[in-house]
Design a protein around this ligand. Structure first.
Ligand code: ATP
Ligand code: MG
Length: 459
């Protein structure tokens, strides 16, 4: 069907303007030919779907949830697409609020679970001014209602454009996504270069989803990424921060990192780290980074908390080390050079990724505490142990140790110091800093206690 012809079920007439626009052709996969079962769908999402359906609207589960269910995964959220307008959705649900600019999205709230309900949208220009293109082809607003076919082809990957219909439990496929999911292939809908120009973040989504799902990025989808990687600099830094958290804190950080490297995205996303890794011939910095990401993935798998501050301390450590070395080579005093390097690296990175201060400050602390692990005398030990960032900084030291064994003694000492934290006897005689450092009194005081059983703790 030529793109200029109206689609069969368009409730709201739209006018296609783009000769390269993808064409939707429906294939229906009946209930007995796919594995999605209602018992795997959030009961609240089912409630929303049924209510919309009863009111006579088209109601579908869509996007990541359908894709994840088809590969046997557990979706973290369930999105609904419908022919009802946001205002019509609001009238159906008391627990509904409209969000977004010009009230284009409905959130139906069930305690802590939010079901996002979006009206079918189109990637076309209907002349209303609701869709704006930047001169580079970047999509600025995407607010035009449309048919389900329009809605399918404006999505990014075929795997993300599948619709589970509540009326007959079938899966509706307009872009070949069902077959792609079966073959574990990630394929952009439409002309890849054009779709990346519209929204460069799609390049990161390609890498992230391939890493998460273990999918192969189809050749025509993969090829333009490296040449277009620079477009990411135009993406909103706040959005890139969010995307980074998804890339690295969702349990597939190592695969995501390798994907970013492979597709030439690392140099745009983390430019100083990428160049520091390049000039680090031994590969020790890269090994440590990958090791750290492996640890992050293990924590996510074990359900343990992970922090953006620690993540960025890790991601930017190569950049920090390089900046520090350069400043020290200029003859700057160590402490001053550390502070300057931390500030410089943070500031540079902020132009790409909007790392909020509540994360960048603890990130810097993790770096700046590292040299203090080499100071093992007297009150300094207690001071460091009671530092609010001690735990994170020590975990970071462990990671450095895994990459280069020169920190073995420090690690052993601080392990022991933590184990006997309440029992440390402060030996002021052997503390070289105690006489000279007027701030020693500011150190938290601990009760002096005898060690259990009198055994030497090695502190
Ligand atoms: P995740 O598992 O990370 O939630 P997801 O595919 O559900 O993956 P979301 O950001 O939740 O990602 O987006 C929901 C859906 O919206 C996607 O499945 C896709 O259909 C569509 N979408 C999201 N981002 C884009 C984009 N940049 N361009 C086009 N469509 C998009
Ligand atoms: Mg999602």
């Amino acid at each position: 069907m030529p793109p200029s012809m109206p689609t069969q079920s368009s409730e709201i007439p739209t006018q296609a303007t783009d000769a390269a626009a993808p064409v939707a052709a429906l294939r229906t996969i009946p209930r007995d030919a796919h594995c999605i079962s209602r018992k795997d769908i959030s009961p609240n999402a089912l409630r929303v779907l049924y209510r919309l359906r009863e009111a006579g609207f088209g109601a579908y589960l869509v996007g990541g949830a359908v894709r994840d269910l088809l590969v046997g995964g557990h979706p973290k959220d369930f999105d609904v697409a419908t022919s009802a307008t946001p205002e019509e959705v609001r009238q159906l649900f008391r627990n509904c609020r409209l969000i977004g600019r010009r009230f284009r999205l409905a959130h139906v709230v069930f305690g802590r679970e939010i079901i996002e309900v979006a009206t079918f949208r189109a990637n076309v220009d209907d002349g209303s001014g609701d869709r704006e293109l930047h001169e580079g082809g970047r999509l600025l607003r995407d607010n035009v209602f449309g048919s389900i076919e329009d809605d399918a082809v404006r999505r990014d990957f075929t795997a993300n454009a599948l619709y589970y219909a509540i009326e007959d439990f079938s899966v509706r496929d307009y872009t070949g996504g069902f077959e792609d999911v079966s073959n574990r292939v990630l394929r952009l809908i439409g002309d890849p270069e054009q779709r990346y120009r519209e929204d460069p973040v799609r390049m990161l989504r390609a890498v992230r989803l391939a890493a998460k799902l273990g999918f192969h990025i189809e050749t025509a989808t993969a090829e333009p990424i490296a040449p277009l990687a620079g477009l990411l600099r135009e993406a909103a830094p706040a959005r890139l921060f969010e995307e980074c958290l998804k890339l690295f804190l969702s349990g597939h950080a190592v695969e995501s990192f390798l994907g970013l490297e492979r597709h030439g995205l690392l140099a745009t996303l983390l430019p100083e780290t990428a160049s520091a890794l390049k000039s680090n011939r031994s590969g020790a910095l890269r090994n440590m980074l990958v090791e750290g990401l492996r640890g992050t993935d293990a924590r996510v798998a074990a359900g343990e908390p992970v922090s953006p501050a620690f993540l960025f301390a890790l991601l930017l450590w190569p950049a920090y080390c390089r900046a520090l070395m350069a400043l020290q080579a200029q003859g700057m005093h160590a402490a001053e050079a550390q502070r300057r390097a931390a500030d410089r690296v943070t500031l540079h990175q902020l132009s790409t990724i909007a790392l909020p201060r509540r994360f960048s400050l603890p990130m810097q602390e993790i770096w700046l505490l590292q040299p203090r692990f080499a100071q093992r005398q007297g009150k300094r030990v207690l001071r460091l142990l009671s530092h609010p960032r001690f735990r994170a900084a020590f975990d970071f030291l462990l990671l450095r140790q895994s990459a280069s064994p020169e920190h073995a003694e420090d690690v052993a000492f601080w392990r022991e110091a933590q184990a006997s934290a309440g029992d440390i006897v402060v030996d002021t005689d052997s503390d070289p800093g105690s006489a000279a450092d007027g701030n020693e009194d500011a150190a938290p005081r601990r009760r002096r206690r005898r060690r259990r059983g009198g055994a030497a703790a090695g502190a």
